[in-house]
Write a protein of this length. Structure first.
Lengths: 165, 461
């Protein structure tokens, strides 16, 4: 346990959520909550929002336009080829490559976005508050400074549902 | 609320979250069992046979294969389509069952995705070697080159195929890997040995399970899941256009894309079943992969088998209905009674008839029956590709170009090599990677227990 934080350690999802809601009622938002699997009440309650889906949409939009433009340019302007007398700009058959290559671009760009925004990348040294947070404990980290006068109340809420470490 | 046990429990044995992680990680911490060494030796020997066949193919050329000017596609393309088909199950499992909110997917999706990545890798070797001069493989990339620039033919399904397969390999591998980050972190935090801590720590990319990470992780899974669903359908549709746009009797039909996609999922699910039954037997995972999980996959298979049967009958009906004598000949004479009638009937019986046994609960509950049927389906799906490729090519429009085809030892060796690669890959997966998605399984564990609020709710009423 460090000097600046208190850790509320819970055994199951329900206790964590119950304690989390009560702590929030006191106007305190925990610094971070560590869980072995995503708990939606926490994800919403922490007040963070992710725009990764919006980003993915725009990656897809621009990738699709870029790829289609490239195919059209390469087939009609750069080096027009006669394939069995078919029109040089055979738009419908460009769609196939456009879809697949767009999906590939979205995947790669979204992975990089995730990596940057969630700070998950090879070689990162993790800051581990509680060793069992990836196993079977639900850990709420609260900054002592943010508690102010409420510290006694918060401590009692945490002890009601779990343990303070 | 629904408290009835229609589906059976997701995890049996009333396990705590800690027990779930311990039991799934146990094979990684345990001593390597002797059978594992034996099995990987067999896998590596088979791989060696494949490597030798590839060496001969590269040094002597494609003449070492049994292909000829009529049957220019043989075992190479059969095996390619077969492996790609198997490779469809992982993504189909994770994505379609995710969309359908099937919670039982969580116990099986990791193994299915691992299978996908290995199978697609095996598949990609075949077109590469079939190019004849694989060292000029980069010609297929549309890059500004010194030949004009002469671009590739964007209208060719073979180019679509190249784009689709490489995209599929990359996407399924990254989907699989990023899904494993939380589990690698679990191993890192529970391991006692320093080496494991370091290695899995590097593999976990610094995952801690914070709400910020989970939030984005969910966003990422949502995006990748959504677009991979499109990919599952499109990749095998594209593979089918390799055939469907050729003006060959038996190939030139519009039913091919859905027929191929369904066939791919069919063979993939069968291979998942083979793998999962093996995994259950070898590692005693019965509490996580319960009888009701196996039952569910069997039910899916019986349904897909009906679609397969319908597709076969539709092809035959269309051959008659089209009034084309070439189509009539291909389906009514050549496939059913011709030189390759055995392959046709092997396909029909194994894919459309044998899986109907899964209608009976007594069959679905006998694990050895399930295992044998899953193997039969795998073989049947291989014969389906043989039937499509070889019967059509060996008897096309001109009787003067009619010929027969049989594989050489080199082609067989190449296939054996990919089987060896698959076995080796699966064994490495068993040994070093959590076979079941631990964090996903934990997230569904609560559905087995009556929830407090739920009880309150029922009391109230």
């Amino acid at each position: 346990m460090s000097k600046d934080y208190i850790l509320g350690v819970f055994k199951d999802e329900e206790s964590l959520v119950a304690a989390f809601e009560k702590v929030k009622e006191k106007g305190i938002i925990p610094l971070e909550v560590y869980t072995p699997y995503p708990v939606h009440e926490i994800l919403h309650g922490m007040g963070n929002k992710t725009r990764i889906t919006t980003a993915a949409f725009f990656y897809g939009l621009f990738a699709a336009m870029g790829i289609l433009a490239f195919l059209t340019w390469a087939a009609t302007l750069s080096w027009p080829m006669n394939y069995g007398g078919k029109p040089v700009n055979s738009f419908p058959s460009f769609i196939v490559v456009t879809i697949v290559a767009t999906i590939l671009s979205i995947t790669i760009l979204t992975l990089f976005t995730f990596s940057i925004r969630a700070k998950i990348f090879p070689g990162k040294v993790p800051e581990i508050f509680h060793e069992r947070a990836t196993d079977d404990r639900f850990v709420m980290v609260i900054d002592k400074k943010s508690m102010g006068e409420n510290s006694a109340v918060i401590n009692s809420i945490i002890s009601e549902y779990g343990e303070i470490e | 609320m629904y408290n009835s046990e229609v589906r059976g429990r997701l995890i049996t044995g009333d396990k705590s979250l800690g027990q779930i992680s311990q039991e799934i990680i146990a094979p990684i911490h345990a001593k390597t069992p002797p059978w594992w060494y034996g099995a990987i030796l067999i896998g590596l020997i088979m791989f060696g046979i494949g490597a030798y066949s590839i060496y001969i193919t590269l040094t002597k050329g494609l003449g070492t294969w049994g292909l000829n000017s009529s049957v220019a596609w043989g075992w190479d393309i059969i095996n390619f389509v077969w492996w790609i088909g198997i490779g469809h199950a992982g993504t189909a499992f994770s994505i379609f069952l995710l969309i359908l909110r099937q919670k039982w997917r969580t116990a099986i999706n990791r193994a299915a995705e691992a299978m996908t990545v290995i199978a697609v890798f095996c598949a990609s070797l075949f077109p590469l070697l079939h190019m004849g001069r694989p060292w000029l493989f980069f010609y297929i990339f549309p890059y500004p080159n010194t030949r004009g620039p002469l671009w590739v033919n964007f209208n060719s399904p073979l180019f679509w195929d190249f784009v689709a397969i490489s995209a599929y390999l990359l996407i399924s591998a990254s989907f699989w890997y990023f899904g494993m980050l939380p589990d690698f972190a679990t191993i890192r935090d529970t391991a006692k040995s320093k080496i494991k801590k370091t290695v899995y720590g590097i593999a976990a990319f610094g995952w801690t399970g914070s709400s910020r990470e989970w939030l984005r992780f969910e966003g990422l899974s949502f995006v990748l899941g959504g677009i991979a669903a499109v990919l599952v359908v499109s990749v095998h549709s594209i593979v089918s256009t390799d055939f469907a746009v050729s003006v060959e009797p038996g190939w030139h039909t519009t039913i091919f894309p859905p027929y191929f996609v369904v066939g791919a999922i069919f063979s993939g699910f069968a291979m998942v079943l083979t793998l999962v039954v093996t995994m259950r037997g070898l590692y005693n995972m019965n509490d996580f992969i319960t009888d009701s999980h196996i039952d569910a996959v069997c039910r899916v298979l019986v349904f897909i088998s009906l679609i397969m049967g319908t597709a076969y009958m539709t092809e035959i009906f269309m051959a008659w209905y089209s009034g084309s004598e070439y189509e009539m000949y291909m389906f009514f004479r050549n496939r059913i009674f011709g030189d390759y009638a055995f392959q046709f009937w092997a396909m029909f019986i194994s894919n459309a008839l044998v899986p109907q046994l899964f209608w009976f609960k007594s069959m679905r509950r006998r694990i050895w029956v399930v295992f044998i049927i899953s193997i039969i389906i795998n073989i049947g799906m291989w014969y389906e590709r043989y039937n499509i490729i070889v019967t059509s090519l060996s008897r096309d429009y001109l009787p003067s170009s009619w010929t027969s085809y049989s594989p050489t030892l080199i082609e067989i060796g190449f296939f054996v090599g990919t089987l060896g690669m698959f076995i080796t890959g699966v064994l490495l997966f068993f040994r070093y990677i959590p076979m079941i998605a631990i964090s996903e399984l934990k997230s569904v564990a609560k559905f087995d227990k009556p929830r407090k609020e739920q009880l309150k709710h029922t009391d109230h009423e």
